[in-house]
Design a protein around this ligand. Structure first.
Ligand code: UT7
Length: 329
């Protein structure tokens, strides 16, 4: 039995932070941000709005689109690096907010690859036959961990969430394959150093700004270009496909130059690649499910289409998921 995506949804907060707004906050320019990253603007959560609020909106939309009730949900997986709090799991808060009284759930930490890690986990639990309605969400309120005096990071990230409902299918479509990796030797290139057991929160950690994202952009960039292209090429080859067989490539939206490099390696034309980084920046766990939902809504994905999802993120973590879209499982 395969698992297939039967509904998608996204949530973007209303508040918009443009490149021109950032020009007033740090030493940067709209021109630098656009040409180096492809980003024009990003969304930010409202005061008091947390990751679980974005997730709850996603779940409620998924229920509405699929005609299911909250009590039909078996499992909620939330891929996030910005949980509402360290303890408890955001998934449990979401379970309560949407009234999913028969569900269990957990959070998963894999940064920008989180949604793909979640999709693979959820798909395997569905194909085991034990769970029928599994919701996988990628969601991040990056503004909660971004230093808006650090131009190296504040221009890149934004807030947002997306998700998918996974159900079993007897057909041979749905999630076809996945290749996922982790390499923790890259942990110092992209991290929030404090607030965990290694450096618990203290006056010093706050004074040294250790609760914010630190990124060695150049090192991450090189790793991302190579590994996202490698894994995308590898999963196509492993399954007997070439770039021309793909209807749509939905890559993690971290930098348009990284996306262009991966697309070039897989011999993809512009119309085969989903790019929405200009509107939302890098929403970490959110980018791929947000892109997927936009693609479904805009009819860029149709029944029978071959779709490739690829991501790269802090950890390092990276990987690809290949799926055959199925409108009527
Ligand atoms: O999703 C998680 C994974 N993360 C990523 O994939 C991010 C990967 N990295 C990147 O996307 C890019 O490395 C960045 C967008 C972060 C930076 O772009 P870059 O082309 O690698 O720039 P750079 O760090 O090499 O900096 C080039 C110059 C430097 O000035 P000098 O030393 O040449 O005088 C920086 O100080 O640009 C300067 N700079 C900026 N200038 C204006 C760095 N950030 C900014 C800025 N505005 N925001």
């Amino acid at each position: 039995m395969n698992a297939t995506i039967t509904a998608t949804a996204r949530y973007l907060p209303d508040r918009v932070l443009t490149n021109f707004d950032l020009e007033k906050m740090v030493d940067t320019s709209d021109e630098w941000i656009r040409t180096r990253t492809g980003i024009n603007e990003r969304r930010l959560v409202a005061e008091g709005e947390a990751t679980s609020d974005m997730c709850a909106s996603v779940v409620n939309q998924l229920l509405e689109k699929s005609g299911k009730k909250p009590e039909d949900i078996d499992l909620i997986i939330v891929a996030t690096i910005t949980p509402d709090m360290l303890v408890v799991a955001t998934a449990a808060i979401v379970q309560d907010k949407v009234g999913a009284t028969n569900a269990w759930g957990f959070d998963l930490t894999a940064a920008c690859s989180g949604f793909l890690y979640g999709l693979e986990t959820g798909a395997k639990l569905v194909s085991s036959g034990q769970y029928k309605n599994v919701i996988v969400i990628g969601a991040d309120a990056m503004s909660s961990i971004i230093d808006y005096t650090d131009r190296n990071t504040c221009v890149i990230f934004g807030d947002g969430a997306g998700g998918a409902l996974l159900e079993p299918t007897e057909s041979d479509s749905g999630i076809l394959d996945s290749i996922l990796y982790a390499d923790g030797s890259g942990r110092d290139s992209l991290k929030v150093p404090a607030g965990g057991s290694l450096h618990p929160a203290s006056k010093e950690t706050v004074e040294n700004r250790m609760h914010y994202v630190y990124q060695d952009g150049k090192t991450v960039f090189k790793f991302a270009v190579k590994n996202m292209a490698d894994v995308s090429e590898k999963i196509l080859k492993k399954n007997g496909f070439e770039g021309k067989d793909l209807s749509l490539f939905i890559p993690h939206q971290a930098n348009k130059r990284i996306i262009d490099a991966a697309a070039k390696r897989c011999n993809l034309s512009e119309d085969q690649v989903l790019i929405n980084i200009e509107k939302y920046g890098n929403t970490t766990g959110g980018t791929i499910p947000i892109g997927l939902d936009e693609a479904v809504e805009n009819k860029r994905i149709k029944n029978g289409d071959l779709v490739l999802l690829s991501a790269f993120g802090g950890g390092y973590t990276w990987g690809s998921v290949l799926l055959r879209w199925n409108d009527s499982p």
